[in-house]
Design a protein around this ligand. Sequence first.
Ligand code: BG6
Length: 464
Amino acid sequence: MKLFPETFLWGGAIAANQVEGAWQEDGKGPSTSDMQPWGILGETRLRTPGDSNIKDIAIDFYHRYPEDIALFAGMGFTCLRVSIAWTRIFPVGDETEPNEAGLAFYDRLFDELAKHNITPLVTLSHYEMPWGLVEQYGGWGSRKTIDFFERYARTVFERYKEKVKLWLTFNEINMSLHAPLTGVGLPENSSEAEIYQAIHHQLVASARAVRACHEIVADARIGNMLLGALMYPLSCKPEDVFKALQENHGWQFFGDVQCRGSYPGYMQRYFRENNIALDISERDREDLRTTVDFVSFSYYMTGCVTTDEALNNQERANILNMVPNPHLESSEWGWQIDPVGLRTLLNVLWDRYQKPLFIVENGLGAKDSMNAEGEIIDDYRISYLNDHLVQVREALEDGVEVMGYTSWGPIDLVSASKAEISKRYGFIYVDRDDDGNGSLKRIPKKSYAWYREVIKSRGASLKE
Ligand code: BG6
């Protein structure tokens, strides 16, 4: 029987702004996420005084983390991916001294994980940055933000160097072209040249964080984090095949810089032909040569591309403007479900980078309901996760090195795209609705016991 390796890390992934709440507690400053009460996609209205944001309380993880971590431990988690809210540590972003109360919170969190033998995997920046840096410096549009980020990264590496050995730099770093405020702190109507300049600064900051991590944290491993947006050609027409290759370059560009240490030729051509002249210093080029130790990514769906204009103009399936794949079913949110695509993506990334891979997000956002007995029978979620994990096992058999799997949202949380809580991913239900009503009580769903069995049996309980 094919089993997952003994060293394989099993768990779940959450992000500070989607679970913690306590948005103004213990000296925390406002972040880009706090300013986006309607989510990160397709909405340009920002919070104004008097508005509230479902994330202000979220699922109150800030106060309830011991209970939640005990529930994760109950499933046998060996790993939990969390992020640090930059604004808890540097509330405005340009301070020279960190906020001790913010640092103390993550000490408590990591200590709690240690009690349960759960390894933390920590993202430095998951879809949020200090609003102060956006207002005063124009976010990542300014070179100065590289230094502010490096100060923040060095501060948390120093503080947690005995407690955290696995790190990630920026969540889904390739999302900035689709969500510039969230990704790089720029207005939604920024030009492509402005966004790529900000991305350049962020790539340099990521490389500097990798270097700092190795200087400060003994035995650390630090990775990048990509939205694994695998695209297929809609047909075998050579032009469609080439277009798919180009679309894939759209996200591979980030991985190529972070894994190979320089800008790929196809991107230089794109910049040349689109009159994008980036300000790249010699020092930047030198910094970029520091590459990541492993590659992490999220995986939810695949999409298709075509050169057929009529098909291109029809309604699109999801956030990445993909043409729907006629062979796949979609989730309630129109995200196309493709377990085999995960095996393909693992192989593509392994072939391309030859670095260990970590699946740090995967899961099904769905509406859950409780039956008369108070149970949540989420067979659809079980089936989604089962089928994806079967494909991970196949990829391991293919010889791909996979460090672990952290499913997205092991406990229900606020979704990023539209700030909904009704889009639930968890093994654990949280009693709260999109209007903020509910007791915040935690209730394990059917998938809770299912995942525990998968972890315990190292995948033997999965159904082919
Ligand atoms: C990823 C993000 O894009 O997908 C998460 O890293 C996000 O922050 C997740 O929550 C799922 O997306 P959504 O919009 O359903 O929350």
